[in-house]
Design a protein around this ligand. Structure first.
Ligand code: PLP
Length: 436
């Protein structure tokens, strides 16, 4: 394959730019950003740099120039999609790229898992009332998927509250035990864990929790790592032992929107189908997913370039092709900036950090000053819009409505295009709102 889709491992030349030279990074890679906007919500949409957008456009134009040749000769027979999976397998330390399927987003991956569970209920392999354990922090779209697909065929959804603020990993292990206890005598067919929760955001000790699930007789474990690739200290699918795992590449791996992967253990592949059934039905999940009707492949065609971009910052890691991300300069830089920003803001707001530093990634939660008087998520939404419209600050504002008393938080992010002055501006704007 040409240009945009050359193997990432083959060509991860180090960037000559200083990772802390935000002005140069913005000018070179993010000139397309709306001028003056302070983006501290990388977690929602990610942000492909110019070189990745160029690779996507180049791939798109080649597709438009001769779609049949591109699809059949390059992507399928030429194993172009396979090559992308090989790059991903290296990133997540899994020896067999055939366990990986390219999907458009984490939502699609969750539907694939839910459908596979639902099939077992309808085939009578699982009995009515067998349990699926989710948490109140499970991403809302994923909760809805399980409600619609699994509850409808007789599965019993148990939704366990997770504490927030949170003191340590032990809080989550206790919540897991409480959730499994709440399943009572129902056989637990699936536990869905987040690797990094969305809102509130924190890093979950999934490997320990999976071991606990296995010890307690859970059938299968799905880890939703939508925020994880490129944004967690370590991602080792061999060591983790999840049955199913997914991550977006369009969040922290710099790919364009519409690029994600789904992992399933090889022994489970045969039972999986893409929810959009088309010509490739029963040819295996990767092939089924490669044809879901006529569609745009250009995001996949830019994944290798996106991985190269991520790896190019890690000059100090020889032949960096895979996690642990904790060794990589880009992860270290973003994590350190998010932690420092959270500490600075909490001190200025007079609030306690709601998560330990060890559970922060490049996303961090900060409690807002109670004097702001945010009591529900409608008020939080109004503040978010106000920050965007009047101050050009983009981030998530959230009220924990489940807690008494209710407390309000921001979720901030740090990425290579953020500089320290943006967090100071955020501090001054919030303090200014209280002073009014
Ligand atoms: C934990 C989690 N799961 C799933 C998703 C869904 O990702 P997508 O919208 O790319 O499908 C998100 C999105 O932010 C998320 O945070």
């Amino acid at each position: 394959m040409s240009n945009g889709s050359t193997s990432a491992a083959a060509a991860s030349a180090a960037s000559t730019m200083d990772i802390n030279d935000t002005a140069a990074i913005r000018a070179t890679h993010y000139a397309h950003f709306e001028p003056g906007m302070h983006r501290m919500n990388h977690g929602s949409f990610g942000a492909p740099p110019k070189c990745v957008i160029d690779a996507q456009l180049e791939g798109y134009m080649r597709f438009l120039a001769q779609p049949d040749r591109m699809y059949f000769d390059e992507l399928i027979e030429g194993q172009g999609l396979d090559a992308v999976c090989t790059d991903i397998a290296r990133l997540i330390n899994y020896p067999n790229h055939k366990a990986i399927t390219l999907v458009e987003n984490a939502t699609t991956a969750a539907v694939i898992v839910a459908e596979s569970i639902a099939r077992k209920f309808t085939a009578g392999v699982y009995a009515r009332g067998d349990a699926i354990l989710l948490f109140d922090t499970t991403y809302n779209a994923v909760k809805n998927i399980f409600i619609d697909i699994v509850e409808r065929v007789g599965g019993r959804l148990v939704i366990q509250p997770n504490p927030f603020p949170i003191a340590s990993d032990d809080d989550l292990l206790r919540a897991l035990d409480a959730g499994l206890d709440a399943c009572g005598s129902s056989k637990v067919r699936l536990v869905a864990l987040d690797h990094i929760t969305s809102v509130p955001a924190y890093l979950v000790p999934v490997t320990t929790m999976i071991a606990r699930c296995r010890a307690r007789g859970v059938d299968q474990i799905f880890v939703d790592g939508a925020h994880a690739v490129g944004n967690c200290p370590s991602l080792d699918l061999e060591a983790m032992d999840a049955d199913f795992y997914c991550s977006n590449l369009h969040k922290w791996m710099f790919a364009p929107p519409g690029a994600a992967f789904f992992f399933a253990k090889p022994s489970l592949q045969a039972s999986l189908h893409h929810p959009i059934v088309s010509h490739n039905y029963k040819l295996g999940l990767p092939r089924e997913s490669s044809w879901t009707g006529t569609r745009d492949y250009s995001a996949y065609l830019a994944v290798a370039r996106a991985i190269q971009f991520y790896l190019s910052w890690n000059k100090d890691v020889e032949n960096a092709t895979q996690s642990p991300f904790a060794n990589m300069a880009i992860y270290r830089r973003n994590n350190a900036m998010a932690v420092r920003a959270a500490q600075m803001l909490a001190a200025a707001f007079g609030t306690q950090l709601p998560t330990p530093i060890s559970m922060m990634t490049s996303l961090a939660m900060v409690e807002l000053p109670p004097a702001l008087g945010l009591l529900d998520n409608a008020a939080a939404h109004r503040l978010r819009c106000d920050l965007r419209d009047r101050h050009k600050i983009e981030l998530i504002v959230w009220v924990n409505e489940a807690a008494t008393p209710r407390r309000s938080f921001i979720r901030l992010s740090a990425q290579i295009y953020n500089d320290w002055a943006e967090y100071e501006l955020l501090r001054d704007v919030v303090l200014g709102l209280i002073a009014k």
